[in-house]
Design a protein around this ligand. Structure first.
Ligand SMILES: [Zn+2]
Length: 366
């Protein structure tokens, strides 16, 4: 079974479980006159809605690439998460309003033991459901599933407070329903904000996970003839599709034929192991030459004086043209223009016969 069908199956289980839970809780809540339990039922219904949105999103995201969207439709899943967040936020705000009303005009709820058993069972079911959905989400790399699993997990904790409310009402004949309702709605709103923030962050574009970027780097470095891998950039087009680029450093005596074979091998390896479509750029490295080594040493020690320069690479001396190229890996927030000016001035003064081409690189990945 492919990924999207598995996600759909998990979501359908989630929907069915939440509708059953909501029905039982709504019945108990209405019969007992408990606002907290009714709000808990509303929360379960909003979870069922979220799962419906997850299914629709997965279907849409799985649509193959076309002329207008050549990178596929994987990012639809981020948009789906935004919609889920809005549903959860709406449920939270509505619940909050109801809870405030219950605090202002408290009505005593009346419970029976079977009702309490139903509520307790619902808490347990929700807890198990959350664990199941979250584990499946991690397995299938589905942000929406992880989001709804986490949500269910919290809901179980929140639902258990309705049990506390019922016990307080049975034992002490006091109603803390409204206050519990407020607590529940705060949790719902919090979950909504978190899902929204995560989804927006993915839409904006986040730094690649460190273990992925370092594994890709290690894979490239393992190829024969690669002296170093730099400027690795990874773009996510949905959880399953990554397109990127990297620079590799190779000895300058390699022929076009050798570079062709090498880069082909690397792109194939990286695609097979990680499913990443990688484009490779080439940096040449000088063969051993004392004059070249001296310039390199000077550049490296000059770079060390600036804490904003995280490293140097792409170093190459073209003796014929009297040009030196080097990339400076800049930290975020650094005053790049000023550092570049001071740095270039310094190295040009040390080697006035050469022209320096300095490129400022962003720290895209670890
Ligand atoms: Zn570079």
């Amino acid at each position: 079974m492919d990924r999207s069908r598995k996600i759909v199956r998990v979501s359908v289980i989630g929907i069915a479980a939440n509708i059953v839970l909501a029905a039982f809780k709504a019945a108990v809540g209405l019969i007992a006159g408990s606002i907290a339990i009714v709000l808990d039922a509303v929360n379960n219904l909003s979870d069922a809605f979220s799962s419906v949105v997850t299914i629709v999103g997965t279907k849409l995201a799985n649509k193959p690439a076309d002329r207008k969207h050549p990178y596929g439709h994987g990012r639809v899943e981020y948009i789906t998460s935004v919609i889920i967040a809005v549903i959860v936020l709406l449920a939270g705000v509505t619940s909050f309003r109801e809870a405030i009303a219950a605090v202002l005009h408290p009505e005593a709820a009346s419970y029976s033991i079977p009702m309490l058993v139903i509520v307790a069972a619902a808490v347990a079911v929700k807890f198990l459901l959350g664990r199941y959905v979250k584990a499946k989400g991690a397995e299938l790399h589905s942000e929406s599933l992880i989001a709804s699993g986490t949500d269910a997990f919290f809901d179980a904790a929140v639902s258990s407070t309705t049990l506390v409310g019922a016990l307080v009402s049975l034992l002490f004949h006091r109603s803390i329903e409204g206050w519990l309702g407020i607590l529940i709605s705060v949790f719902i709103v919090k979950a909504g904000v978190e899902i929204l923030m995560d989804a927006l962050s993915s839409i904006i574009g986040t730094r690649a996970e460190e273990n992925l970027s370092s594994a890709v780097r290690a894979r490239i470095n393992a190829a024969d003839g690669v002296l170093g891998t730099y400027d690795l950039i990874l773009h996510h087009y949905g959880p399953e599709k990554i397109i990127g680029s990297a620079h590799i450093e190779v000895p300058d005596e390699l022929t076009a034929r050798e570079i062709h074979l090498l880069t082909r091998k690397i792109t194939e390896d990286v695609f097979h192991e990680f499913g990443i479509l990688l484009t490779i750029g080439i940096y040449a490295a000088n063969s051993d030459d004392p004059a070249v080594s001296e310039i390199r040493r000077d550049i490296e020690s000059a770079a060390l004086k600036y804490p904003e320069i995280l490293g140097t690479h792409g170093f190459y001396v073209d003796e014929e043209a009297k040009r030196v190229s080097v990339d400076l890996l800049m930290d975020f927030g650094a005053d790049t223009k000023e550092i570049c000016r001071a740095f270039c001035e310094e190295i040009s003064a040390m080697h006035p016969d050469y022209r320096f081409d300095v490129i400022l690189d962003s720290d895209f990945s670890d």
